[in-house]
Design a protein around this ligand. Structure first.
Ligand SMILES: CC(=O)SCCNC(=O)CCNC(=O)[C@H](O)C(C)(C)COP(=O)(O)OP(=O)(O)OC[C@H]1O[C@@H](n2cnc3c(N)ncnc32)[C@H](O)[C@@H]1OP(=O)(O)O
Length: 409
């Protein structure tokens, strides 16, 4: 079968999107969600695969900027909308699209490609490693109390229409972006994402509600959530479904979490996709009643090893030679010397003896500082060629703040 992979034309978007939906089961999106996604399409970066006249594959790459350790905002292709028609599966169509896409990303000069996977088993073969985890929680708010830091009672909370305070909330978000690896700078059109509220997707829950946290009249935090009323035989048993919660300081965040745990007629707070190191985990009276579940989140691919490694900084001084294996993007193969510290780094080709051997996939996992190279070595995925090199690399690559992807794409 000859597959033609090429960028999408504007008149092909609807059929592209229908193909994608069908690969995910064929349930249509609400019209406003579909329209929103249409506006996000970057035609020169979205690919279709054709078998003669028939569209059989889809893949896109948003032009994101991703925070890396040290706070730099690095161009990253946000891989999205990947699908192959079930009639054409396991014949190499995905492989052809990944080939074209990674070649394109390289030609655009973007050192990273990132994605969230429908199934984690798909992307390792293309050089992606799991770079971040997040937690999903369901807190028994009748039993769990939150101890709060000084200053929490000085934070004023008020309800606001989500659209009315949107700019102020976006300003809070923008201030947080450089502080945590894995966060995405807001791109044009994406601002509306957090306000998208199709009735069809609510499944019996309320429209989006918003509470802002203020100090001295300034918005310093916000949460958007829904309430799903439920009644058991004995009592009210509603759920609070948290969509976002951000705050500029510990008091603002604590005030918002405490508010969510205290809403009358509810007994559970459900929050999906939260950072693994969030402070509330250490403030709750009973962590077991929070039912924490960890899940892989952002998968990271170094498209240009040298540029990617020198775009971030390192917690401890580092001077190491990596022997990198990268069968899918052979331009990365070979030895690289990384020197750097907390102020900056450089990464150049070298013929010197290697200290560590690993594939680009492990570099992707370790890149944002959330997965330790020591753990990957224990799994047999990193080889230490000079004694001591693993510990040096591990402490240099770490991050004091866990990396976190704020939303799926
Ligand atoms: C970033 C995102 O958008 S994630 C969304 C991914 N899309 C989906 O999950 C939608 C439903 N699934 C699909 O559309 C397709 O099955 C795809 C895209 C996952 C795979 O497409 P295909 O064209 O069948 O993949 P292709 O034939 O190129 O397979 C390449 C290799 O990946 C393997 N592979 C493909 N899909 C999977 C999978 N779901 N799980 C494990 N391995 C897989 C194949 O076995 C093959 O292995 P090999 O090289 O050892 O022979």
């Amino acid at each position: 079968m000859a597959t033609d992979v090429r960028p999408l034309r504007q008149d092909e978007w609807n059929s592209w999107y229908d193909n994608l939906l069908r690969a995910f089961g064929g349930v249509d999106e609400a019209p406003e969600a579909r329209e929103f996604l249409h506006q996000l399409c970057e035609y020169d970066r979205f690919l279709g695969a054709w078998d003669e006249e028939e569209l059989i594959g889809t893949a896109g790459a948003f032009s994101f900027r991703l925070t890396v350790p040290g706070g730099a905002s690095v161009p990253a292709a946000g891989v999205t909308g990947v699908s192959v028609a079930a009639t054409h599966r396991r014949r190499g169509v995905l492989t052809s699209m990944m080939r074209r896409q990674l070649d394109d990303v390289r030609s655009w000069g973007e050192p990273l490609a990132v994605l969230t996977a429908s199934e984690p088993a798909i992307y390792g073969r293309f050089g992606y490693g799991i770079g971040t985890f997040h937690v999903n929680v369901e807190i028994d708010s009748r039993r769990v109390r939150l101890s709060v830091p000084p200053g929490t009672d000085d934070v004023r909370l008020r309800y606001a229409a989500p659209a009315e305070v949107h700019d102020a909330c976006e300003a809070v978000y923008a201030r947080l972006v450089p502080e945590r690896p894995g966060m995405l700078a807001r791109q044009p059109h994406w601002k509306r994402l957090e306000l998208l509220d199709p009735e069809r997707s609510r499944e019996g829950a309320s429209p989006l509600q918003c509470v802002v946290a203020e100090r001295d009249g300034e918005i310093v935090g916000y949460t958007r959530f829904r309430v799903k009323p439920e009644w058991s035989h004995a009592s009210a048993d509603g759920r609070v479904l948290v969509q976002q919660l951000e705050g500029l300081d510990a008091a603002a965040r604590s005030a918002l979490w405490r508010f969510l745990l205290d809403i009358d007629l509810t007994s559970r707070v459900v929050a999906l996709g939260r950072p693994v190191d969030e402070a509330w985990q250490h403030q709750v009276s009973d962590i077991r009643r929070c039912d924490l579940r960890t899940k892989d989140s952002l998968h990271v691919r170094l498209v240009d090893v040298g540029a990617a490694l020198q775009a971030r900084t390192y917690q401890a001084p580092v001077d190491l030679v990596f022997e990198v294996e990268d069968a899918f993007c052979p331009w990365n193969e070979g030895r690289w010397r990384l020197t750097g510290d907390a102020k900056g780094a450089s990464c150049e080709r070298t013929t010197d003896a290697a200290d560590l051997a690993l594939s680009v996939r492990e570099l992707g996992s370790a890149y944002l500082g959330g997965i330790s190279l020591t753990a990957l070595a224990a799994a047999g995925r990193v080889r230490e060629l000079r004694q001591g090199a693993l510990a040096e690399a591990s402490s240099a690559f770490g991050s004091t703040v866990a990396p976190w992807l704020p939303h799926e794409f």
